[in-house]
Design a protein around this ligand. Structure first.
Ligand SMILES: Cc1ncc(COP(=O)(O)O)c(C=O)c1O
Length: 389
């Protein structure tokens, strides 16, 4: 028998970065010593106290049972306490917190949970490619908000087509931003709440890199904005702050109707997470956050090391305020994909072309700050020899 995928699955977006990975692997297989700056996978180990908490939890038979469908109350309480302590935001742990098996799950299932087929949603361009999976699965109409360096990669709501704004029901934001490293300001979030209320648009702010801000500036939470909870939610993940990307744990916080929609869809899809992972997540969130401070200092050093090496060859970065990426301009005469191909081919340095994140990523490539010196210097020296800047 032969089986065909459903029409919905046939319309899933193609994985742009699968192609990049194949190119990098082929180059490495040819014997080249590739410096891979193309990835976004945290390279540091999970802090030991979290691993220990997990080891102890796995020894507890209580943690081997089904979790409560909507997650363990102590994890929801820990998420609420974390937001109160870190951002001064009050949350009802039962009504305003939803546990997620990684924030990707929440971001992909949300359009399905909140919209009907044919409804319109707004996504940032450039943006995290997995948002598009949610658009395809929910069969909703996508409209892009083009972001530009001139406007600090923040959407200009006045520039959006009024017809699109009228139809839009949901909007995603992501600050600190992947891929650009841009950060949001409190004023921008105030405008966002105003815009969302005026046009009845739900806001989902993806705070995956919330812990990672540079130059002593802590990224603000959307929920710190007066009125934010009336219009939207924020998704948070333990993947980046605590190097727990493989553990798959995060949460969404904010508007109770949106939280209920997430919980309802998840009642049908999952039985929450392995309780031991939830206990380890409680240990992470309840901790004194000194591991996060050290991690941010490491990314800051890497960003500074990479910028210094790039500037030495005349390659001036777009200034990144957070996340763990450098957003680097492409020299004249190349598209971002051509430039990325050239760097891989001639310098054995892999970077992610900006267009992998959307049309408005043209003119830039993304560098992951996920290796240490002296590799940045070596990568930039190799690129410098191509005399492109
Ligand atoms: C912008 C952004 N959002 C969400 C995620 C998903 O993170 P996770 O599913 O590990 O919580 C990522 C991961 O790379 C990301 O870059």
């Amino acid at each position: 028998m032969k089986f065909e995928e459903s029409k919905v699955l046939q319309h899933l977006p193609k994985q742009f970065f699968a192609n990049l990975v194949a190119k990098v692997n082929a180059k490495a297989a040819s014997g080249a010593d590739v410096i891979n700056l193309g990835q976004g996978n945290p390279d540091q180990p999970t802090p030991e106290f979290i691993v220990k908490a997990m080891q102890e939890a796995t020894a507890d038979p209580e943690d081997h049972k089904y979790s409560l469908f909507r997650g363990m109350p102590r994890l929801k309480q820990a998420a609420a306490d974390f937001y109160k302590r870190e951002y001064g935001v009050d949350l009802d742990p039962e009504k305003e917190v939803a546990i997620l098996g990684g924030s990707k799950i929440g971001l992909v299932e949300l359009p399905f949970a909140l919209l009907n087929p044919g409804d319109t949603m707004l996504l940032p361009d450039p943006g995290y490619p997995d948002y598009l999976s949610g658009v395809a699965l929910a069969q909703v109409k996508l409209e892009l908000m083009s972001l530009s360096p001139e406007k600090q990669y923040l959407p200009d709501y006045q520039q959006l087509d009024p017809k699109v704004v009228e139809q839009a029901k949901l909007m995603y934001l992501n600050y600190p931003n992947n891929p650009t490293g841009a950060v949001a300001t409190p004023e921008f979030y105030e405008d966002t709440v105003k815009f969302a209320k005026e046009h009845h648009i739900g806001v989902v702010q993806d705070f995956a890199y919330g812990a990672i801000g540079f130059d002593g500036k802590r990224p603000v939470s959307f929920l710190q904005t007066p009125g934010a909870k009336e219009v939207g939610i924020e998704t948070y993940t333990l993947s980046k702050s605590y190097n727990m990307a493989g553990w798959r744990v995060g949460f969404a916080v904010g508007n109770p109707d949106m939280i209920e929609a997430i919980n309802l869809i998840q009642d049908h899809l999952f039985v929450s997470l392995f309780p031991a992972i939830q206990d380890a997540a409680v240990a992470a969130l309840d901790s004194d956050q000194s591991s996060v401070k050290s991690l941010v200092a490491l990314y800051q050093k890497r960003r500074d090391d990479f910028y210094a090496a790039a500037r030495k060859i005349g390659w001036e970065p777009y200034p990144s305020g957070g996340a763990f990426y450098a957003w680097m301009p492409v020299p004249k005469g190349y598209t971002s994909e051509e430039f990325a191909d050239l760097l891989l081919d001639k310098a054995a340095v892999a970077v992610a072309p900006g267009t992998g994140f959307g049309k408005s990523g043209e003119g830039f490539v993304r560098v992951g700050l996920l290796i240490d010196e002296p590799k940045f210097t070596e990568a930039c020296e190799r690129i410098g020899k191509l005399n492109l800047f």
